[in-house]
Design a protein around this ligand. Structure first.
Ligand SMILES: [Fe+2]
Ligand SMILES: [Fe+2]
Length: 214
């Protein structure tokens, strides 16, 4: 009996996307070059470098979640009217992933060991939100992007003031994440119940604490 190999295509596509996100290549190519390019490296003490690496590991883990969220959403949500814009936002998240990876490597550090766990959780939540309905799916994106923006603001305040390279990356990412949240709202995102928002905040607290260290 002939089997239709195409039924496995979506599965293979998503496994491929997960592996591409989690297995950091020696150099990842985004659409835009890093905002840190051309800015000279500042003299930092070992403690400052480790602190910045911890912050960038958190931001990188957040970007891994963003990849998984958009992948999960693409699996179940229809989003007929905003498919292209959402794909554009997802492409910008690849830039963020590449910039964070490059900065981590410049600081002689590494991505978080917990990233596979965060990827799986975010993929599941993204797919679940898409199943509930497009407006909820967009609401989940909007709330995630808002919480990421808040993290970036907090991280900008905690950077060594002379680390202009990291600052340039975080400022650009913050602008993009705000635009992603606005896009989701314009596309019809529903406001999530406070309980869900608090749950998301609790999970992000776990992510930030663990990724800063490991
Ligand atoms: Fe991002
Ligand atoms: Fe984003």
């Amino acid at each position: 009996m002939m089997r239709n190999p195409r039924i496995f295509d979506p599965f293979i596509i998503h496994v491929d996307a997960a592996l591409r996100t989690l297995a950091s290549p020696s150099q990842r190519f985004g659409v835009r070059k890093s905002p840190a390019e051309g800015i000279p490296e500042s003299a930092m003490s070992l403690t400052e470098k480790q602190h910045v690496a911890g912050l960038m590991r958190v931001n990188h883990a957040g970007e891994v979640c963003a990849q998984a969220l958009y992948q999960g959403q693409a699996l179940t949500a229809r989003l007929n009217t905003v498919k292209e814009q959402m794909a554009h936002a997802a492409a910008e998240e690849i830039d963020h992933l590449a910039w964070c990876e490059a900065r981590l490597s410049e600081l002689n550090s590494h991505p978080s060991l917990f990233n596979p766990l965060w990827y799986a959780g975010s993929f599941f939540l993204g797919a679940l939100a898409g199943l509930v309905g497009d407006q909820w799916s967009l609401g989940f994106v909007a709330e995630t992007e808002r919480q990421v923006t808040a993290h970036l603001t907090h991280h900008l305040a905690r950077l060594p003031p002379h680390d202009e390279k990291t600052k340039a990356i975080l400022l650009r990412m913050k602008m993009d994440e705000t635009a992603h949240a606005d896009l989701a709202v314009t596309a019809g995102a529903r406001a999530l119940p406070v309980l869900i928002k608090n749950l998301m905040y609790g999970i992000s607290k776990l992510l930030t604490t663990s990724s800063y260290v490991l």
